[in-house]
Design a protein around this ligand. Structure first.
Ligand SMILES: Nc1nc2c(ncn2[C@@H]2O[C@H](COP(=O)(O)OP(=O)(O)OP(=O)(O)O)[C@@H](O)[C@H]2O)c(=O)[nH]1
Length: 291
C-alpha cells in the first residue's frame, strides 16, 4: 500500500466538543478541555502515525463573530482552516442552534475539500430529534458526510477514523514519525498553566490572561520552568496572586503536578504575574504572543 499523509482540520463553534474529540483521536492530552468556551486559541496540532499513514490534526479556534481584536484573529484561523486542509471535520452538537454563522457555512459549502460534519453529544438527545437535525444539516451542507457521534462516550469515533484514513491523500509523511507533535514542550507548559487559571478563577480573569514561558531547561533530573502570567490590569494581578499568595500557589502546584505527569519527570515551576495593559486590543502585543 502506498503511504498516505494529510492535514485534518477540526473546526466549529466553542464548546461543541472539539478538544474532547481530538484527544480521543490523537490519544494524548494535547489540548485543554474545559466547560468554559473560547479556551482554545491556538492551532494545536497532534499527529497520529501508522505504518503506512500520518494524520496531522489541528484544532482551530471557534467560529465567532469578531467583536474585539483577539476574536478577529481567531476568525482568521478558522477561515484559513478551510484552505490548507485535506479533510475538514466540522463539529457541531445537538445543543447549539444551526444558523449561528451563515457566512461561515457558505464558505464550508463552497470548498472543494471533503467535509465531515460531526453532530456531537448525541448522548444528550433522542433518536427523533437527531433525525430532524440531520435533515436540516443535509439541506445546509449537502456535500458534507454526516457523522452523529459522542466524543465523550467514544461513540462512532472509530468509524470516523476509518473514513479519515480512506479520504487521506497519498503522500510521504510531513513530520518525522517518532514525533508525537510538532509543537515544543513549552507549548504544553503554557496550555497546562492556562487550564489551571481557567479552573481556578471566575469571570473575566481567564480571558484577560496570557501566559509566556520564559525559561524551559530540561536538565538530567529535573525540568526548570519559569513562566509569566500577563494580566491586563493591576486589580487582576491581585486576584491572580490571592491572599498572601495562596491563589497563585494553588495554580502553581496543580500545574506542576500535571507537568510532572506529562513529562514523567520532576518539575520546578516558578510563576510571575505581570501587568501588560490591554494586551487583547493591541495588535503589536497580540503578534508578540503569536496570534
Ligand atoms: N454530553 C457530552 N458532552 C460532551 C461531549 N463531547 C464533549 N462534551 C463536553 O462539552 C464541553 C466542551 O468540550 P470541549 O472539548 O472543550 O469543546 P471545544 O469545542 O474544544 O471547546 P473550545 O475549546 O471552547 O473551542 C466539555 O464539558 C466536554 O466534556 C459528548 O459527546 N457528550
Amino acid at each position: 500500500m502506498p503511504h498516505k499523509s494529510g492535514f485534518v482540520n477540526i473546526i466549529g463553534n466553542p464548546n461543541v466538543g472539539k478538544s474532547t474529540l481530538m484527544n480521543n483521536l490523537v490519544g494524548e492530552r494535547i489540548s485543554i478541555i474545559t466547560s468554559k468556551s473560547q479556551t482554545t486559541r491556538h492551532r494545536i496540532k497532534g499527529i497520529v502515525n501508522g505504518e503506512d499513514f500520518q494524520i496531522v490534526y489541528s484544532d482551530t479556534p471557534g467560529v465567532l463573530k469578531p467583536n474585539y481584536k483577539l476574536q478577529e484573529s481567531m476568525m482568521k484561523f478558522s477561515t484559513s482552516a478551510l484552505i490548507d486542509a485535506d479533510i475538514i471535520l466540522y463539529v457541531t452538537d445537538v445543543v447549539e442552534t444551526i444558523d449561528k454563522n451563515e457566512d461561515f457555512l457558505k464558505k464550508v459549502q463552497n470548498t472543494n475539500i471533503p467535509v465531515l460534519l460531526l453532530i456531537n453529544k448525541i448522548d444528550l438527545t433522542t433518536q427523533d430529534k437527531l433525525v430532524e437535525m440531520m435533515d436540516v444539516w443535509k439541506e445546509k451542507l449537502p456535500n458534507a458526510e454526516i457523522f452523529p457521534m459522542s466524543a465523550k462516550e467514544n461513540f462512532n469515533v472509530s468509524n470516523l477514523f476509518k473514513r479519515i484514513l480512506e479520504l487521506l491523500p497519498k503522500g510521504d509523511p510531513y513530520f518525522s514519525k517518532d514525533e508525537m507533535t510538532d509543537l515544543p514542550a513549552r507549548f504544553f507548559v503554557n496550555e497546562i498553566i492556562r487550564e489551571k487559571i481557567l479552573t481556578n478563577y471566575d469571570k473575566e480573569i481567564p480571558y484577560s490572561v496570557e501566559v509566556e514561558v520564559e525559561e524551559f531547561k530540561d536538565e538530567p533530573k529535573i525540568i526548570n520552568i519559569m513562566a509569566v502570567i500577563n494580566v491586563e490590569r493591576t486589580s487582576q494581578k491581585g486576584i491572580i496572586i490571592g491572599h498572601q499568595g495562596s491563589a497563585l500557589k494553588k495554580v502553581g502546584t496543580e500545574a506542576r503536578l500535571d507537568m510532572e505527569t506529562f513529562f514523567d519527570k520532576k518539575v520546578f515551576l516558578k510563576l510571575y504575574v505581570k501587568v501588560n495593559k490591554d494586551w487583547r486590543n493591541k495588535d503589536s502585543k497580540l503578534k508578540g504572543f503569536g496570534y
